[in-house]
Structure formats: structure tokens, C-alpha cells
Design a protein around this ligand. Structure first.
Ligand SMILES: [Zn+2]
Length: 337
């Protein structure tokens, strides 16, 4: 058993807040994760989640985006811990020493799923009874999912950029909370209904804004392929510099191809993301300038797009609707001027 977990976990090559780590260090950290997350055989650790008796429901979420849905549905009945904080890239996350405690202490665990969390999600799926872990994307009709274009999972995990599609995550959170805490059912249902209505309004609002971008300018060039669902839902062509996962590298042929697309089509702006390093993107822009004599705006800093994590408390991307609005405002501004 333990060796199977070990082989899973040693593949969790990751870094926190975009810092690169050597493969050796990552493997070492994965070994720490092994004992940190699942304990050792023969230890007298807990074999299942704590019994729920009365609120607050202790919930541990992997990403800030998932946690935001839980916050809205659970309200004051839930107490939330998040493993991956603001700005953290989930594709490269290394489990920290406090994660096991947060997981073992939780009545419910929510993760995004569709391989967003890499091998950590495999652990949750294979050990559902230990942590009562739910993938918030697990009820989405597979016909609505995009295929993953690179290694990793079967489907593209970035479903939250299609607002109507993300609504199903809210359903999963509501139903899981009701199953654990039926006494709170009316509250969870009312909160979820209000939030789903708010998401319908958000969807209409951003659709109207995005429709103001001229058709030939509807191209979104970003650091990694997080925005394919966004493109499909709102009518944008999306060009990611890397694959779906930020763990893949940008090879020279792809770099040349991208420079050619941006340079010959005179794409006005490309976008950086808060949770992804910009090294690959800057290299392509240098090529565009030298080979195609085309100056491209690099949208970054406070305007960087939120992709796989919300922003810090107080920032425009601190909530899911805030993150979506921020991105849409930045995209519309950069592509219409
Ligand atoms: Zn991503």
C-alpha cells in the first residue's frame, strides 16, 4: 500500500508560489508528503474523518477557487482551511507539513478534480473514506469537458472559466454539505440558490462586455492553457504558450510558431497570469519584436490574469466573481485600445 502511495506522491513534482525546485528536492519533498499525508503503516493515526456532531462543519479545500464556492454555500456554518493559498499554482504544488493536519481534521474535503491537483487528486479519489473528499467537478457531463491537450489528466481541468459550467461545482458543494449536516439543509439550499443566481447575472454581464471586443481582436495569448473553456464559452481564440499544465516546458518549435502567430497577425496584447512565471512569455515577445518588428503589450503586474488561484484578501481577485470580473475588464481594455 505504502509503496503505491509513494510512487504516486513522488510524481507530485511541484513548487509553491511559482518557485522552481530541483527534481531532487521535489522528490525529497514528495517523500515527506508521503508520511505527511498518509502516515506510516503501523502508526495509530486516524482511519477516517472525524465524526460530525454540530456546526461549524470543518472543511478543507485544495484551491482558493474551490474554497470560495464553499464559503458562499456554507456561510457561517462552515469553517474553511485551504491547502493552496492565493497565487499558488496547483499544477506544481508540493504538500506542506501542515496539510495532513488540515485534512485529518476536516469533516469534508473539497478538491477541484480533473487532475488539476495532479497526483494529490489520485490520493483523494482512492481514499475517499479516509477524508470524505469530493471533487467539485465530478458531476459535469463529460460531453461538456474539453480534452486535455498535454500530459496529465484526460480532461482540461480549468472549468471555472466557463461560469455556467462552474455552477455545477456549487451544486456538489451544496449536496455534500446537506448530506453531512442535514439540519443545515435549508440554509445551504438558500445560500446556493442565491449564489447561482448571482453567477447567472455575472455570466450575462461579462458576455455583454466581451461582445464589445471586435471579432478579429478576440485572441487571448497567455502563459498556459487555462483559458480554453473561457474561449469556448465567450467566443475567443486562445493560444497558450505551454500545455494545459504549467509543468510542461516550451520547446523551440512551439516558441517560433507562437512568435509567428503573434507577429504576423499583429496581436495587440498578451497576458501574464498571477500564478505562472512569465519567463516563457517574455522570450516569445522578444522574438516577435526582433523578427516581426511588432511591439506587443505585455499585460502584467496588477493587471495579470487570475488563472488557477484567487488573489490575496483585499485584491480585485479575492473572490471568484471578482476574479472573473478582473480578467474580463483587463482583457476588454487591452484588446479594444
Ligand atoms: Zn492551470
Amino acid at each position: 500500500m505504502v509503496s503505491r502511495y509513494y510512487s504516486l506522491l513522488r510524481k507530485v513534482v511541484a513548487s509553491e508560489r511559482g518557485r522552481a525546485v530541483s527534481a531532487a528536492f521535489a522528490t525529497g519533498m514528495a517523500a515527506v508528503c508521503l508520511f505527511g499525508l498518509i502516515g506510516c503503516s503501523g502508526c495509530n493515526g486516524p482511519s477516517g474523518p472525524p465524526k460530525f456532531e454540530a456546526p461549524p462543519v470543518r472543511v478543507t479545500c485544495t484551491t482558493t477557487i474551490v474554497a470560495d464556492a464553499v464559503k458562499r454555500v456554507g456561510g457561517e456554518r462552515v469553517q474553511i482551511e485551504t491547502l493552496m493559498g492565493a497565487g499558488v499554482d496547483p499544477h506544481k504544488y508540493i504538500s506542506g507539513s501542515g496539510d495532513r493536519k488540515k485534512l485529518d481534521n476536516a469533516h469534508l474535503v473539497f478538491f477541484s478534480g480533473l487532475h488539476l491537483e495532479g497526483k494529490m487528486a489520485d490520493l483523494f479519489e482512492k481514499n475517499h473514506d479516509r477524508w470524505r473528499a469530493h471533487a467539485v467537478t465530478n458531476t459535469i457531463d463529460h460531453a461538456k469537458l474539453r480534452k486535455a491537450s498535454v500530459d496529465g489528466g484526460e480532461h482540461d481541468p480549468h472549468v471555472w472559466f466557463d461560469v455556467p459550467l462552474w455552477k455545477s461545482a456549487v451544486d456538489v458543494v451544496r449536496d455534500s454539505l446537506i448530506a453531512l449536516d442535514p439540519a443545515g439543509a435549508d440554509i445551504y439550499r438558500a445560500n446556493a440558490t442565491a449564489y447561482l443566481t448571482e453567477l447567472d447575472v455575472l455570466d450575462k454581464e461579462i458576455r455583454a462586455k466581451l461582445d464589445t471586443v471586435p471579432k478579429d481582436k478576440r485572441v487571448l495569448v497567455t502563459s498556459h492553457d487555462a483559458f480554453e473553456y473561457f474561449g469556448r464559452a465567450y467566443g475567443f481564440e486562445v493560444i497558450g504558450l505551454e500545455g494545459v499544465s504549467t509543468a510542461s516546458e516550451l520547446g523551440t518549435p512551439r516558441r517560433n510558431e507562437l512568435a509567428n502567430i503573434i507577429g504576423t497577425r499583429k496581436i495587440p496584447a498578451v497576458f501574464t497570469e498571477t500564478s505562472v512565471p512569465t519567463v516563457g512569455l517574455q522570450g516569445v515577445l522578444d522574438d516577435v519584436k526582433s523578427k516581426y518588428k511588432h511591439e506587443v503589450k505585455l499585460i502584467g503586474g496588477d493587471d495579470a490574469l487570475y488563472s488557477d488561484a484567487l488573489g490575496e484578501e483585499g485584491s480585485s481577485g479575492a473572490t471568484y466573481p471578482g476574479m472573473i470580473r478582473h480578467n474580463v475588464n483587463v482583457i476588454v481594455e487591452a484588446l479594444t485600445k
